[in-house]
Design a protein around this ligand. Sequence first.
Ligand SMILES: CC1=C(/C=C/C(C)=C/C=C/C(C)=C/C=O)C(C)(C)CCC1
Length: 366
Amino acid sequence: MGVETRTPHSTHVRSLVVGENRPLTVSRLALVGLAVAFLGLRAAEVTIPMQWQAGVYLLGMVAMNLPHGGYEHFSNLRRRGIAFQSTYLALYLGGIGAFVALFFLSPVLGLAVACGVAVAKGGHGGLHVMDATTGTGHLQSRVQRALAAAVRGGAVMVVPLFAFPGTFHTFSSLMVGIFEPGALGPYAANFETTRLLAGGGYALALGTHLGLGFVRRDGSGSWVADAVDSVLLAGYFLVVPVVVAVGLYFPFWYSARQVAREVEIDGRDSRLDPDESDETADLLGFLDSEDTRVVTLGAWGVLVVGSVATFGLAALLYTLSPNPLGGSTLLVGGVAFWSVFVSIIALPHVVVGSWFDHDGGIWYVP
Ligand SMILES: CC1=C(/C=C/C(C)=C/C=C/C(C)=C/C=O)C(C)(C)CCC1
């Protein structure tokens, strides 16, 4: 079935190389640089201790990725009216509550959903970035768009499951062990089969996606940009050790690319046009003040409230969990705990912040 596709509005092949949209170029260079550096380390037979890898993950995911997640909601909720803002917040908190309950009731299912959230966020987030930046003229059906999202998102979890099975299994056990130590045990026997099926399935999906896109390319350069990014993502997760790879992917690829999307839609964001808002009451109305001090301090206040709420939720989960660090050290157990927590807050990020919010959403493209 055909769907509306967006045509690019700049010379995409040029932007691929010299970077008309700087954040887009920065994200590509960051991944290439990291992949080359880790290939070099591997050639020199240097291994990075897991404690260090865990430190890098926490730096990337807590200090760098989290503030961008907060900003995404902040920017999305501006000028949307109090009724919408309240519903959004209520659904968001409901989503968090439901996912916490799932982890307590069935930690293995919780782990599967957590991995699915990372795939959905990277995949669908990436698709919208493409819509806004390099274009998606070569994606001419819903199936192709779904495949594009699956390939981009799948790189984040499926490729590392194939490439780093030992680490993947260790951290999966730790994450499940936060709620029920040993609960992953019965599934261990099928791990190698799952790994091979997942790796083979991913390679097939990537090949099909690239092939279909090539056949339907529209001369705009969008297929080239998509192919380069898809292969780059798969290669990055194939060579960079999974904990470092995931920890740096979210700030240096996901967040940087959402900035790239915003750069493209800047000034064309009809969602933020006060004349189109049918409601005057707005929880964030003070951000439209004429006084720049009110705007600056108001923005700071919103981010502080968001930060306190987020870390408060993390502290609550830590307190409620029977085994918050999965029985491991502070840094390694911290990676497991943070991965569970960030997935819990990222589920409504995707479901409420994007899928419920058809007209706007965190990945808005006009
Ligand atoms: C299973 C597994 C992992 C899971 C990470 C997850 C599930 C991260 C989710 C991140 C999200 C949702 C970020 C949103 O901004 C690790 C720690 C990489 C180690 C390897 C095994």
